[in-house]
Design a protein around this ligand. Structure first.
Ligand SMILES: Nc1ncnc2c1ncn2[C@@H]1O[C@H](COP(=O)(O)OP(=O)(O)O)[C@@H](O)[C@H]1O
Ligand SMILES: [Mg+2]
Length: 322
C-alpha cells in the first residue's frame, strides 16, 4: 500500500500548478521548449494544440510519470523532483489510452486502485458505489473490463482516476474516438466538476475546449502561443466575422493579391490555410468588394463567427509568416 490518500497540499499562492522554463527532449525531438504555464486552484484549463504539440508530455511530467530535463514544476506547492508521492496523491489522471486490467471486473479494478492509494475501507466501498453511479456503470459493476466498448472503458478510466478523490484531475483527450452521445456525456461530467477541482483538459477538439474551459492555453511545438479565456482569445481575431473562401487556384494567389486584399476596406487579417483564404472582417458590407476583387478565383464562399479554431489557425499561420 502506497499510503497516498489525502496527503493534502501546501499552497503558498493561488497557483495549483506552476511550470517555469520546462524543457523535455526525446533524442533530437524537443517536445517541450522552455514552457511556462500556471493553473489556478479550482480552474479548468483547456490545453489545445495539434498532434505532437507536447500536451501529453506536459501532463505526464505534471503527474510525475516523466522527468523533466530542465525547469521547475510545482504541483500543490510540491516539486516534481522532490515530492512525487505527495503530487501523485493529489492527481487523478485519465491517460489517452487508459491501461485497465482487462480481466478485472469493474468493481474489483476500482477496489484495487483504491487500496493501492490507501483509501480507508469505510470510505472506499461507498465511494466505489458512488463513482460507478456517477459514470453510469452501476449495472456493470460485476462485468469484466475486456467486455467493455471504448466508451465504457473511458467511464471506468474516469472512475479510476477519481478513486482517491484527487484535488487535481487531468484528462488527456477524453472524448477522442467516442461516439457523439458518449462524448457529450463525458463532457457534461467534466463540466459538472468545474469549480470544485482543478482540472486540465487536453484536447484537439477546439469546441470542447471552448465550451468547458475557464482559460485556454494554445500549445504548439512545445511552447505556449497564447493563453486566455475563450472570449479573450476570440476577441483577438479582430473583426466580428470570418470570411472563408475556397480558391480555385491557390498557387496563383500571389503576394500582390494578398496585399491588394489587405488594402480593401474592412479587412483585418488575411491568410491562406491550404486552399482556403481566411479573411477577418469588420462587417458583412465589406464582402462584395472582396468577391468582386477575387472574381473567377472563387470556388466557394462562406461566413462564420470567429471560434477558437480560427484563433489557433491564425496563431500558427502568423508564426509561419514570421
Ligand atoms: N516517449 C517518447 N519517445 C520519443 N518521442 C516522444 C515520446 N513521447 C512524445 N514524443 C514526441 O514528443 C512530441 C510531443 O508529443 P506529445 O506530448 O505526445 O504531443 P501531443 O500530446 O500534443 O500530441 C512529439 O513529437 C512526439 O513524437
Ligand atoms: Mg497527446
Amino acid at each position: 500500500m502506497l499510503l497516498l490518500y489525502k496527503k493534502g497540499f501546501k499552497l503558498t499562492s493561488k497557483k495549483m500548478i506552476e511550470i517555469n522554463s520546462l524543457t523535455k527532449r526525446f533524442g533530437k525531438i524537443t517536445a517541450l521548449n522552455q514552457l511556462n504555464l500556471n493553473v489556478k486552484k479550482g480552474e479548468l484549463l483547456g490545453l489545445i494544440g495539434p498532434n505532437g504539440a507536447g500536451k501529453t508530455t506536459a501532463i505526464r511530467i505534471i503527474s510525475c510519470i516523466l522527468h523533466p530535463d530542465q525547469g521547475q514544476v510545482l504541483v500543490g506547492g510540491y516539486d516534481v523532483f522532490k515530492n512525487p508521492l505527495e503530487i501523485k496523491s493529489m492527481i487523478g489522471y485519465l491517460p489517452e489510452e487508459p491501461n485497465l486490467y482487462e480481466r478485472f471486473k469493474a468493481y474489483d479494478l476500482l477496489k484495487y486502485f483504491g487500496e493501492l492509494y490507501g483509501v480507508p475501507k469505510d470510505i472506499l466501498y461507498p465511494r466505489i458505489d458512488e463513482l460507478l453511479e456517477l459514470v453510469g456503470m452501476s449495472s456493470r459493476a460485476q462485468h469484466k473490463i475486456n467486455t467493455f466498448s471504448k466508451g465504457l472503458r473511458q467511464r471506468i478510466g474516469i472512475a479510476r482516476a477519481l478513486i482517491h478523490d484527487p484535488e487535481i484531475i487531468i484528462f488527456d483527450e477524453p472524448t477522442m474516438g467516442l461516439d457523439p452521445a458518449t462524448a457529450i456525456t463525458i463532457r457534461d461530467f467534466i463540466g459538472s466538476m468545474k469549480g470544485e477541482k482543478t482540472i486540465i483538459l487536453c484536447t484537439h477538439y477546439m469546441d470542447e475546449a471552448d465550451s468547458l474551459s475557464d482559460r485556454v492555453a494554445i500549445l504548439n511545438q512545445g511552447r505556449i502561443l497564447d493563453m486566455g479565456t475563450p472570449n479573450q482569445l476570440k476577441s483577438k481575431i479582430h473583426g466580428d466575422l470570418i470570411l472563408k473562401i475556397d480558391l480555385n487556384g491557390p498557387e496563383k494567389f500571389l503576394v500582390d493579391d494578398f496585399n491588394s486584399i489587405k488594402s480593401l476596406k474592412g479587412t483585418e487579417n488575411v491568410f491562406l490555410n491550404g486552399k482556403e483564404l481566411n479573411i477577418s472582417l469588420k462587417s458583412k458590407e465589406d464582402i462584395s468588394d472582396i468577391i468582386e476583387h477575387l472574381n473567377s478565383n472563387i470556388m466557394a464562399i462562406n461566413t462564420k463567427e470567429p471560434n477558437l479554431e480560427d484563433v489557433f489557425i491564425q496563431k500558427v499561420s502568423n508564426l509561419q509568416e514570421e
